[in-house]
Design a protein around this ligand. Structure first.
Ligand code: PHE
Length: 453
């Protein structure tokens, strides 16, 4: 049975071409680039991690993103229904994606909340180049009980309001302003970071691979990060492109979005890693890295200038996070709308309440519940690991297998070329990637990441 996508009305669409690119890039660019990429690079040996990350983005990023765009635009349905319509046997892939979105939204708003909190900390002038002081500021925030939950709630509320309004009015507008501003501010920060004494060592750490550091776990972390950062493997890009008009050039979009996303991640790395080395902070400290190093960079700019830039930075980080979590919430919400025929407002309300409860658990697991472990990780790290290192790569593997083997080459070609209007000379290469290269790489990395090979 064909389901009505949006109850009672025709399906919403992005109103302009740049609107879609900004929304898709807005989904991709987020905490993944600015918070997660630098700290994973710091923790996993720098250059070796970055090199493998770039390989993943180039080989998998483009191929999988295009596969998701093709499925979404062809069916004009969100991921579960898209697969249900195309091939019932693959419906579980959509389901897995909704689950992954749900899990990520169970901790992402916690980090979003930290970012909001830092806007205020910067206003209050809590900046210092002293590692011990910045570490304390961060530590007391994340290990607290009510304060991080409060900031998470504020962040969550912003998501609820925008997603409840629907696609083009909320998501599109927010992204258009944010991405250019973010790029500008990062450029200023790059200059500041690279002019700090000793920062060149940090650059070397980031870009000169030490191959002895490449282990199964490092590769798994890099692969998971590629999926997370590009919003792939979970049907998010399927859902977004389901709102895309039939005239758009999918190949072009699938190239621009990963390039932008990677540029921003690398810029964030170039800001954060050299500065961390220059201040003598710990590169392997994990999730606190951006919240400790970046305020320290601002502290070097003096009280007024540092504060002004600091406020802009955390505001932008919050906005970047917001445009990503909107897309995560949208995956869950559009599943409920398209599948259960719920009203948008009801879907948003219901899912946010449950997600907020999971966020509370994730937040407390950084403090009072830190002794509670799942597979040796606290709740926060476990959710992050399960979604990004397991579910997203598995999802990506099935999506590419479906497009490569099961959908039918002619149908795929018709959709990707807009019925022959667009010339896509690498079509066969891309199909080969979907059939063999992407699934095999993912399979091997997963097996070595969990220690089987
Ligand atoms: N890509 C987003 C980020 O980098 C996170 C995200 C993952 C969003 C998966 C949607 C889907 O922050």
């Amino acid at each position: 049975m064909q389901q009505q996508p949006t109850k009672g009305s025709s399906r919403d669409q992005f109103v302009s071409k740049v609107g879609f690119i900004f929304a898709a890039a807005g989904s991709a660019i987020g905490l993944g680039n600015i918070w997660r990429f630098p700290y994973l690079a710091g923790k996993n040996g720098g250059g070796a991690f970055v090199l493998f990350y770039l390989i993943c983005v180039i080989v998998l990023g483009f191929g999988l993103m295009l596969a998701e765009f093709v499925i979404g635009r062809h069916t004009q349905l969100s991921s579960v229904d898209a697969f249900k319509k195309l091939d019932k046997r693959f419906t579980f892939v959509g389901g897995m994606g909704v689950l992954a979105a749900f899990i990520i939204m169970g901790y992402y708003p916690v980090v979003g909340g930290w970012s909001v909190a830092y806007i205020f900390k910067t206003i209050l002038g809590q900046l210092s180049t002293d590692a011990a002081i910045m570490g304390d500021v961060f530590g007391s925030l994340v290990t607290g009980i009510l304060s991080p939950i409060f900031w998470t709630a504020i962040y969550m509320l912003a998501n609820i309001v925008i997603v409840a309004k629907g696609i083009s009015s909320g998501i599109e507008k927010a992204s258009k302003v944010m991405i250019p501003t973010l790029l500008g501010l990062l450029a200023i920060l790059v200059i500041r970071s690279l002019t700090l004494p000793g920062s060149i060592e940090g650059l070397k750490y980031l870009f000169l691979p030490d191959f002895s550091k490449i282990t199964g776990e490092v590769m798994m972390a890099a692969l998971g990060q590629a999926f997370f950062s590009l919003s792939l493997g979970m049907g998010c890009m399927i859902t977004y492109s389901s709102y895309l008009s039939k005239k758009e050039n999918l190949v072009q979009n699938a190239t621009i979005v990963p390039v932008l996303d990677t540029a921003i991640a690398l810029l964030a790395g170039v800001v954060i890693i050299p500065a961390t080395v220059s201040f003598g902070f710990d590169l392997g400290q994990g999730p606190g890295l951006v919240f400790v190093t970046v305020p320290a960079i601002f502290a070097t700019m003096g009280p007024v200038l540092g504060r002004v830039f600091g406020i802009i930075f955390f505001l932008l980080l919050t906005l970047a996070a917001l445009t990503s979590s909107l897309s995560l919430l949208e995956v869950v919400v559009s599943y409920l709308i398209d599948n259960k025929n719920w009203e948008r407002k009801k879907a948003v309300g219901f899912s946010s309440v449950i997600l907020f409860l999971i966020c509370i658990a994730a937040s407390l697991s950084m403090g009072v519940w830190s002794d509670f472990h799942l597979l040796g990780m606290n709740i926060f790290d476990f959710l992050d690991w399960l979604a990004n290192n397991i579910l997203l790569p598995l999802g990506g593997m099935f999506i590419t297998l479906f497009v490569g083997w099961f959908w039918g080459k002619d149908k795929v070609k018709a959709e990707v070329t807009n019925g022959g209007e667009i010339n896509f000379s690498l079509f066969n290469v891309w199909i080969f990637l979907c059939r063999w290269v992407i699934p095999i790489i993912i399979g091997l990395v997963l097996l070595s990441g969990i220690g089987i090979i």
